[in-house]
Every structure is written in C-alpha cells, then in structure tokens.
Design a binder for this molecule. Sequence first.
Ligand SMILES: Nc1ncnc2c1ncn2[C@@H]1O[C@H](COP(=O)(O)OP(=O)(O)OP(=O)(O)O)[C@@H](O)[C@H]1O
Ligand SMILES: [Mg+2]
Length: 235
Amino acid sequence: MHVVLNQKGGVGKSTLTVNLAAVTAEAIGTQPDGTPSVLAVSVDPQGSTSWWADRVGDELPFLFTQAHKDLDGLNRLSKVKGVRHIFVDTPGWLDLSEDDSSADPLGDGRAAEILRAVLDNADSVILPIEPEPLGFKPTLRTIKRVVEPRKLPYTVVINNWDPRDGDVDLKQTQEFVEKSCGHLARTVIRHYKLHARASAEGVVVTQYPANRVALQGRQDFDKLALEIALNGASQ
Ligand SMILES: Nc1ncnc2c1ncn2[C@@H]1O[C@H](COP(=O)(O)OP(=O)(O)OP(=O)(O)O)[C@@H](O)[C@H]1O
Ligand SMILES: [Mg+2]
C-alpha cells in the first residue's frame, strides 16, 4: 500500500494517486472476473478524488473508495480480495504532528486516528513536491515528523515542472532534496494542461487521446510507476 502524503496543499497528491493507480491498473491487468486489481482510496474529506472518480464513472480503470471516516475499513484494506496495489490520497491540511491532539480538522476526533491507520498499513510513502525550493520546508517536516519515525520507505517526487520555465528551480529543488533526505525519484512529473483539466473532463491519464503531448504526459506516470515498483521497498 502506497500512501501519497504531504502536509503542503495543492502539490499533486490527488493527481499522483489517481494517475499512478491508472497506469498500474493498466500494467497489471484485471482479476479473472474483470474486477480491477488496483484500489485507490481517499481519506481526504474534501473528496476531490471522489468527485474525479465519479466523473470518470464506469470507465474508471481501478476500484475507488472514499474512507475518511472508515477506520475499520482502512485497517482491513490489505485484505481486500484480489487487490494487488493500493494508492491512498490524503488531505493537504492535516496537522501531522503526533503530539498535537488538537489537530482535528474532521471535528469528530478521528482525523489523527485515520491518518495513523493509513500509515500503520503503509508499505511506502510518496511525497509530491513542486519545483520551488522555498516550498520544501513543509515537505521536510512531513518526512521528519511522520515518515522517518515510522521507518517507512519513501520517495519524494517533483511534480508540476514546466520545462518552459527552464531548469534553475528544478535543479535547486533536486539538490535540496538530495542534501536534506536523499530519497528523490528520478522521474519528474511535468506540467501539462491535460493533467489540470483531467478531473473536470472525467478522464485519467490512461484515457488521454493518443497525441504526442498526451503521450508525453502519460509517459511520466508510466516511468514513475515503474520506478516505484522497482525501487519501492528498498529505499
Ligand atoms: N503535473 C501537473 N500538470 C498540470 N497540473 C497539475 C499537475 N499536478 C497537479 N496539477 C493541478 O494542480 C492542482 C493541485 O493538484 P492536486 O489537487 O493533485 O493537489 P493536492 O496535493 O491533492 O491538493 P490538496 O492538498 O488540496 O488535496 C490541481 O488543479 C491539479 O489539476
Ligand atoms: Mg488532493
């Protein structure tokens, strides 16, 4: 089970969750009865992934469940029959500090419990960040406070890099990650308008039209999925 996590909002957690689930589902195929073998889970009560999954409808290539209140369900996830990979989307605004019991954005005392259940069942963590060196601190805090204490393998993935902006920020971000934690994915997810429009259009990356730009956008997710599959638990 891969948990997509970052205390910083808007860095691409939902985008990575959905599209990694899509390319992985296509790569490993369905169960004999046609049921997908990949499950995406959202514990973000804002439900943007849920909205996206609804818009894709019957064509969604993976199973999806919204579970921000379902503690028991989260603890049983690894036992869902026939599911071989799980990607979990988390909210950006959770206070992830273990010692802060006032962190309760759900208002019912369960937010910290839900996050703990997700992390207790995780095999690895994927942390998307944007190529802005100044924005790296919240990510580092997430790593130091939440990921490293649990000794979970993790990968930091630079997302939303627009090659038209040049590579100064990209390089600085890469250096910063290498120096401060070293778990940087080789794959960079580039910025494409197609990704930004996908949820409203009700498509996931494997359903983009077969033109050059769309294939480039898709290639990034294929590469990232392969990298995670090959490196995942070894880091
Ligand atoms: N590689 C990309 N190319 C283009 N747009 C992107 C890319 N990655 C993310 N976006 C867009 O940036 C916005 C934020 O992405 P997303 O919703 O995935 O972030 P998030 O971390 O899940 O945010 P939140 O913390 O609010 O849940 C969305 O509008 C999304 O479509
Ligand atoms: Mg999100």
